[in-house]
Design a protein. Structure first.
Length: 265
């Protein structure tokens, strides 16, 4: 385990999370500066819940969530392709069972994509929590509040237990981030092309976003439905969970077959 941790000292595995953090910090800073003068006059307009980046449906929010499929792949999902290019994979498979190595790269890929999303969203909320009044959101009092059943999962929870709602919308896109990274690893196992593995998730989700706009009742774009104030049609939450489980199972099987094919060739 210490060796795996040592490998993650490479800066290239942190490009995605650094870009995401820059976006959320810029959003939090601009939000506080733009609304600072209103806090003394009408402190009820803004709260950390109403101005959190996933709820504040502005261009910065769309920029972040549209770029997540790319940012999550600029992470530990590159580890397999690096092992192949350096030849390190041949050393590993002689020292440990192949199935354990495959499980390690799957876990590292998913977790790296997960934290690439979770940490920036948490930092954005924490900054706003320090500066904006901690009040329960109110559909009438708060400005431009768009958390409704048509735009958000469990919208009623937002008004009764907003912190639980925020946690859910931190975990949902983070899980999708882990899937983006796993998908990148799968492409790396099949093609062994670094550029393609890094961009594949972004290209696939971009195409899916266009298709979901044409056929919203059949397809959905994971990066758009994971926004707390989603700009698109929301599928049933059970459908989202089941499809994610099926996709992850397919990706993990594909990674296993891809690695075994390369090692045994």
């Amino acid at each position: 385990m210490s060796f795996w941790v040592h490998r993650f000292k490479l800066k290239q595995y942190f490009i995605g999370i650094m870009i995401a953090m820059a976006i959320v910090i810029f959003h939090a800073g601009s939000t506080i500066l733009n609304n600072w003068s209103f806090l003394d006059q009408s402190p009820f307009l803004f709260t950390p819940f109403t101005k959190w980046i996933s709820i504040d449906s502005g261009p910065i929010t769309l920029l972040l969530f549209l770029s997540l499929p790319l940012l999550c792949c600029l992470s530990g999902s590159q580890i397999y392709i690096d092992d192949v290019e350096s030849g390190f994979i041949w050393h590993v498979v002689q020292k440990k069972p192949l199935r354990k190595y495959i499980l390690n790269i799957e876990m590292i890929s998913f977790f790296s994509g997960f934290v690439t999303v979770f940490i920036p969203l948490l930092i954005n909320y924490a900054i706003l929590w320090f500066f904006l009044p901690y009040l329960l959101p109110n559909l009438i009092i708060n400005e431009n509040l768009t958390v409704l059943n048509t735009t958000s999962f469990f919208a009623n929870t937002y008004y009764t237990n907003p912190l639980l709602f925020i946690v859910f919308y931190m975990l949902l896109p983070s899980c999708f981030g882990g899937i983006y990274a796993l998908f990148s690893t799968m492409i790396a196992c099949i093609t062994r092309k670094k550029f393609l593995s890094v961009t594949a998730s972004f290209l696939f989700v971009s195409v899916l976003s266009v298709i979901s706009g044409i056929l919203p009742n059949i397809f959905y774009a994971p990066n758009l439905i994971s926004i707390a104030s989603s700009p698109v049609y929301l599928p049933n939450v059970l459908r989202v969970v089941s499809s994610c489980m099926i996709i992850m199972s397919f990706i993990c099987i594909s990674i296993t077959l891809g690695v075994k094919r390369y090692v045994n060739q």
